[in-house]
Ligand binder design. Structure first.
Ligand code: MLZ
Length: 266
């Protein structure tokens, strides 16, 4: 599915504009990813952010790392940009007077944590500090997104995916990220300086696999006519496809068997 979506054609088809890079808390050139699978580092436990834990790189995609906390299960992997301030070289926590903690849901008895820590670090390949990035890019001074602007965004329900999205609304420092062609099912509000949103073209710079837009059309009272205030309008989705018969709407769809193509495909 990847590699077929063309922003150039899609922006033309939809008559939309891309949010300028200055709106985002991202570096203009994506940070180089020199990590390797198997390397260990320190990471904030996403489910318990006051804890610093040991994590292992279990995958890489573009400028992001797929991380798994040592002592946790494989159901709670999370993704971080290599320039995230939430990852550090091993030793950093202790250097700052902190203590490494077991992850939330540590699979052993809490009393076995010290020994577990010793064993998990013994002979481990620790990510060298030179491959970490000195600091996170600074946040833009203010929320300068505008409704209708296009961007690339992490699908937080499927965080390995980065997908084409549109700013659906603004709420102070927050932005409503709406995923093109998914009828709202994956939409979320985030701060304008979230690290989960990227300018158009980000994935093609990092080598990430940008997902194509979904094929669902928003049906509002006015059938999704442009400017009717619905989150997405059919005009933004030139493919006139509604996935399933009305009776099945809302159920989890099966895996797509056919390639998604649209007028924006190359
Ligand atoms: N398996 C899921 C993936 C949806 C991804 C949507 N991203 C905005 C589905 O097909 O429902």
């Amino acid at each position: 599915q990847g590699g077929h979506f063309s922003w150039e054609k899609y922006l033309k088809e939809t008559g939309a504009t891309a949010a300028p890079a200055s709106c985002f808390r991202q570096s203009l050139t994506p940070p180089v990813n020199e990590f390797k699978a198997g390397m260990k580092l320190e990471a904030q436990d996403p489910r318990n952010t006051t804890s610093t834990c040991i994590a292992t790189v279990v995958g890489l995609t573009g400028s992001r790392l797929r991380l798994r906390l040592d002592g946790s299960d494989n159901k709670n992997d999370f993704w971080r940009l290599v320039d995230s301030s939430e990852i550090q070289p091993i030793g950093n926590c202790e250097k700052n007077g902190g203590m490494l903690q077991p992850p939330l849901g540590f699979r052993l008895n809490a009393s076995s944590w010290p020994m577990f820590l010793l064993k998990t670090l013994n002979g481990a390949e620790m990510a060298p500090s030179r491959i970490f990035h000195k600091q996170e890019p600074p946040a833009p001074e203010q929320n300068s997104f505008q409704v209708g602007m296009k961007l690339e965004a992490v699908d937080r329900k499927n965080p390995h995916f980065i997908c084409p999205a549109t700013v659906g609304a603004l709420r102070g420092v927050e932005v409503l990220v709406t995923f093109d062609g998914w009828r709202g099912a994956f939409d979320y509000y985030c701060r304008y300086d979230s690290r989960d949103i990227f300018p158009v073209g980000w994935c093609s710079l990092t080598g990430d696999n940008l997902q194509p837009p979904g094929t669902k059309v928003v049906l509002s009272k006015s059938q999704g006519a442009p400017g009717d205030g619905s989150v997405e309008s059919s005009a933004m989705h030139p493919t006139p496809v509604v996935g399933r018969p009305p009776g099945q709407r809302g159920r989890k769809p099966g895996r797509r068997k056919t390639k998604v193509t649209g007028p924006w495909s190359q």
